[in-house]
Design a protein around this ligand. Structure first.
Ligand code: ADP
Length: 315
C-alpha cells in the first residue's frame, strides 16, 4: 500500500461552539489548513485558548467539526471514521487511569477496545519500553504521577498507530521524567511514527519538533520548518530604565517602543536588522539618559507580533 505524504491533512477546518447561557458563540477554529508530513515531529504551538485541544479532539473523534475536511493517514474522518481513528493514538492532557487495574490489565483492556488480537498484543514490550516493566502487576493508584503519564503513552500505542498525538505532554512533569518521555518519543519517531505534540512552550517545540505550526485565536499564524521559523522570530527586547522616569514611551525611528510600569520603557528590535548599539544610539539621539538596561528573550506574544507585524525597514 502506498503511504500517504501527510499523516494528517486538515482543510478549511472550522469549529464553532454554540452559545450557552453563560458564553456567546465561540469560533474556536476559523478555517485552518494544516498538512503534517509523514515521519515528522510536528509541534502545534499556541497560547491557552488558541484552539489546539479543539483540533486534537476533532482528530480523536470526541468533538465534531462544524465544516471542512480532515484526513488521518489519508483516510477521511467523515467517510472512513473507524479507519481514520485506528491510525492515531492520542495521549490526553489529563491523566485518566483506572485505579483498580494494573498497568498490564489497563493495556489489555485498551487493546481489546481496538480489537487487537491477543497474538498481536505487545503489552510487556510497551511496558518495558516505557520503564514500567517491573510495575506491570502493581495497582495504578500505587504509581507515581510520572509513571501514570508513561502508562498513558503506552495505552495510546496498543494498536500500533502510525501517528501519535501528545496533548501538552509535559504540563506538570519534572525535568527528569520529561527527558525520559522525550527519549521514548524520539525512539518511536526513529521507527517511523509521526509525532504531533501541542505545547505552549516555545522552548519545548523548538527542542523537539522539526516543523512547527503556530496557532492563535483559531488561526494558523505560521507553519514552517523549525529553523526557518526561528530565523523569522528574531525579535529581542531591551528594557530601559532612564535617569528620569518617563510617562510615555519615546518615539524611536525604526523601533517599536512601549511604556513600562516602572517609569522605564522597552524597545523591540530584530537581530537580523539592528543591534543593541543601534537601539542605544537611538535612545541617546532622542535626548534620553540611560540609567540601566536589561534584555529579555521573546515570549509567545512577541513571536506573534514578529510574525504578523512587518517591521519598517531601517535605513
Ligand atoms: P487550547 O487547547 O489552545 O488552549 P481550546 O481548543 O481548548 O484551546 O479552546 C479554544 C477556544 O474554544 C477557547 O476560547 C475556549 O474557551 C473555547 N472552547 C473550548 N472548548 C469549548 C466548549 N466545550 N464549549 C465552548 N467553548 C469551548
Amino acid at each position: 500500500m502506498d503511504l500517504p505524504d501527510y499523516a494528517i491533512e486538515a482543510k478549511a477546518l472550522v469549529k464553532t461552539y454554540p452559545a450557552s447561557k453563560t458564553m456567546p458563540e465561540m469560533r474556536a477554529l476559523k478555517g485552518i489548513d494544516l498538512a503534517i508530513p509523514r515521519g515528522s515531529i510536528f509541534g502545534l504551538l499556541g497560547p491557552n485558548g488558541a484552539g489546539k485541544s479543539t483540533f486534537i479532539n476533532i482528530l480523536a473523534g470526541v468533538c465534531t467539526k462544524t465544516s471542512g475536511t480532515v484526513k488521518i493517514w489519508g483516510r477521511d474522518i467523515d467517510e472512513r471514521p473507524r479507519d481514520a481513528r485506528a491510525a492515531i493514538g492520542v495521549v490526553p492532557q489529563e491523566i485518566a487511569a483506572d485505579p483498580f487495574f494494573t498497568p498490564r490489565e489497563s493495556l489489555e483492556v485498551a487493546a481489546g477496545m481496538y480489537a487487537v488480537p491477543k497474538s498481536e498484543r505487545r503489552t510487556m514490550e510497551l511496558l518495558n519500553a516505557l520503564g514500567l516493566g517491573d510495575k506491570a502487576g502493581a495497582y495504578v493508584r500505587q504509581l507515581s504521577g510520572g509513571m501514570k503519564r508513561r502508562l498513558m503513552v503506552a495505552k495510546a500505542m496498543v494498536h500500533n498507530p502510525p501517528v501519535l498525538i501528545l496533548d501538552e505532554p509535559t504540563a506538570g512533569v519534572d525535568v527528569e521524567l520529561r527527558r525520559q518521555l522525550w527519549a521514548y518519543v524520539l525512539e518511536l519517531n526513529r521507527k517511523g511514527v509521526t509525532i504531533v505534540l501541542t505545547t505552549h512552550y516555545l522552548e519545548e517545540a523548538q527542542e523537539l519538533c522539526d516543523q512547527i505550526a503556530i496557532v492563535n485565536r483559531g488561526e494558523v499564524v505560521a507553519c514552517e520548518p523549525t529553523e526557518t521559523l526561528l530565523r523569522r522570530m528574531d525579535v529581542r527586547k531591551v528594557l530601559v530604565t532612564p535617569e528620569e522616569p518617563v510617562t510615555e514611551a519615546p518615539i524611536l525611528p525604526g523601533f517599536e517602543t512601549a511604556l513600562l510600569k516602572t517609569g522605564g520603557f522597552s524597545v523591540s528590535y530584530r537581530t537580523g536588522q539592528s543591534s543593541v548599539e543601534q537601539v542605544l544610539a537611538a535612545i541617546r539621539a532622542a535626548g534620553l539618559h540611560i540609567k540601566d538596561i536589561s534584555t529579555e528573550d521573546p515570549d509567545l506574544e512577541d513571536v506573534f507580533v514578529s510574525l504578523t507585524y512587518a517591521a519598517p525597514a531601517v535605513a
